[in-house]
Write a protein that binds this ligand. Structure first.
Ligand code: NAP
Length: 308
């Protein structure tokens, strides 16, 4: 099988930390070009715009869009209309409707479209889903607290409209929750804390409810220094399941069942190879809908100004 030539669009932190190494390890893809306004990758042809890439490299069959969400739709639309397969970093867009438009366009053009949720590829997520499938969920508690200065230095886009603020990491927790819960839940209340002068929240508390009386709470905070917390605890009729370190570790009633190093992006590129081979679409909007609902329903509180 010949490898699909792929281009990365937006050569920032996640492209360098994860996409490039995982593409290199995956024989189904060959990194053949980049689109970068400021940098690029040694030995790989770079273009200033996606239009120039698409016009100049008809041999590039797929693009991985690694820019911030506010810029994703135009690039995705242009690539789909040019007949290229498209991988979207999370969140797949800045609005729900724009991602729905991409699904329709990909269907019309007969290309693969993959809205990646990298946290769903954490080691313990499939095992957690299988364990919960046989039990009744009573409640769940998400605690997702990290230090924005440590993880997002210099990223102004996260504070701008559409950048999602603390939901940028928080949506990762919601992508796991929506994958592993046997039944869906809906947002019933939210409180969003906006630093004075900022357009995106630094913290948020969400409440959810499900059809069988199950409740979920989520506590997202970007002001946590010291140890970082990415936990989901789920109480069932038959024990407690806990995912920690973003899903790298799973315990049941306190006993460690699984503990594995991060290989999320290798899983993402294996899945993308499958979608390209089948020309299929894999887009689940559930995590983005929860965030949109939190913005729609949530009380807004202005808190102290926050400087990066
Ligand atoms: P980043 O370091 O700021 O990089 C984003 C890159 O996108 C920039 O370096 C820039 O690359 C390009 N870009 C294109 N249009 C842009 C615009 N209007 N504003 C700013 N940059 C623009 O961000 P990142 O951390 O890689 O995050 C990118 C996406 O990946 C986000 O959706 C984020 O949620 C997701 N993600 C990030 C992480 C993480 O750990 N950082 C983890 C998982 C997912 P050029 O200079 O090359 O044009």
């Amino acid at each position: 099988m010949t490898a699909t030539k792929i281009a990365i669009v937006g050569v920032g932190k996640i492209a360098r930390d994860q996409h490039i190494p995982s593409i290199t390890r995956n024989g189904a893809f060959e990194l053949s070009a980049t689109v970068s306004r400021h940098s690029g990758v040694d030995g790989v042809e770079n273009f200033a715009t996606i239009e120039e890439l698409l016009a100049g490299r008809p041999d590039v069959g797929a693009v991985a869009l690694c820019m911030p969400p506010q810029a994703r739709f135009d690039a995705a639309w242009t690539a789909i209309k040019a007949g290229r397969h498209v991988l979207l970093e999370k969140p797949p867009g800045a609005t729900v409707a724009e991602v729905e438009a991409l699904i329709a366009a990909a269907r019309d053009e007969g290309v693969a479209l993959f809205a990646t949720w990298h946290s769903r590829y954490a080691a313990s997520v499939p095992a957690a889903k299988a364990w919960l499938a046989k039990r009744q969920v009573q409640s769940a508690r998400i605690t997702w607290k990290e230090d924005v200065r440590r993880w997002h230095p210099g990223q102004e886009w996260i504070w701008q409209p559409g950048g999602l603020g603390v939901f940028d990491p928080g949506i990762n927790a919601l992508s796991i929750l929506t994958e592993i819960l046997p039944q869906p839940v809906r947002v019933t209340a939210a409180e969003l804390q906006f630093p004075d002068g900022r357009d995106a929240p630094i913290a948020a508390q969400l409440q959810f409810a499900g059809a069988s009386g199950e409740t979920v709470s989520a506590d997202f905070d970007w002001r946590q220094t010291g140890p970082q917390t990415w936990n989901i605890e789920i109480e069932t009729n038959d024990g407690q399941l806990k995912l920690s370190s973003g899903g790298a570790e799973m315990t049941i009633d306190g006993k460690v069942m699984m503990q594995e190093a991060d290989s999320e992006y290798d899983g993402i590129y294996a899945r993308f190879a499958q979608l390209v081979a089948e020309t299929s679409i894999d887009v689940d909007l559930a995590p983005l809908v929860h965030v949109a609902d939190a913005f729609m329903l949530g009380r807004r509180i202005v808190v102290d100004a926050f400087e990066m």
